[in-house]
Design a protein around this ligand. Structure first.
Ligand code: GRF
Length: 204
């Protein structure tokens, strides 16, 4: 059974969707750690309610927090197999990416490589999509490398937004898709079905 660490910054709806799939036996994995850069993140409270170990990562917040170096040792002790960024808004240090090469994934609320990169998170993404008059948007799960939102794409799912009235409409439709796409990718990983062939991600 694959061991996961999930990184969050906000409300944690993607974390909840992963937990729900695990609890309903639709995903054979276990979450051993939830990490946030915000000590007051609702996602951390949810993890505590689920009796999942939580860690606050920061170089600024007061005592009781961890830095990435200590987290790396903790993850090795826990034998973490996969790191899932689920609404995590900070860049992962390069040495951490190297230590978990092709074992860190991120969910982005648009169809990369469009509408991605530094500053493109949350409603910024959906406003940019709305203002472009795009007729489809969607979600992307990709490997995390050393450049924001540029790792190899693992999976995508498009949603029709031709009839939306606001960026919030886009956000709601894309979020529903995220809640299915991220567990789908974690399930592929748990079954060791994700391979990289000629620099493309394929499912075996
Ligand atoms: C999601 O839209 C995700 O794509 C983006 O941040 C949001 C996180 O939402 N990276 P939640 O915290 O999982 O509800």
């Amino acid at each position: 059974m694959k061991k996961l660490a999930v990184f969050v910054s906000g409300r944690g709806s993607n974390l909840k969707s992963i937990v729900s799939k695990i609890e309903s036996n639709h995903l054979n994995a276990q979450i051993l750690a939830v990490v946030s850069n915000k000590s007051d993140s609702p996602a951390l409270e949810y993890a505590k309610d689920k009796l999942i170990s939580t860690f606050v990562i920061s170089t600024k917040e007061p005592n009781g927090v961890h830095d990435y170096k200590s987290l790396l040792n903790i993850f090795k002790d826990l034998s973490i197999d996969l790191i899932v960024l689920a609404g995590f808004l900070k860049k992962i240090p390069d040495y951490f990416v190297d230590a978990f090469e092709n074992r860190i994934i991120n969910i982005h609320p648009a169809l990369l490589p469009s509408f991605g990169g530094k500053g493109m998170y949350g409603m910024n993404v959906h406003r940019a999509v709305f203002e472009s008059s795009a007729k489809v948007s969607g979600a992307t799960v990709h490997f995390v490398n050393k450049v924001y939102d540029e790792g190899l794409i693992i999976a995508q799912r498009a949603v029709d937004i031709s009839d939306v009235q606001t960026p919030e409409d886009i956000s709601a439709r894309v979020l529903n898709t995220e809640h299915e796409l991220l567990p789908f990718v974690i399930d592929l990983f748990s079954k060791e079905r994700i391979k990289i062939v000629n620099n493309r991600v394929v499912y075996t």
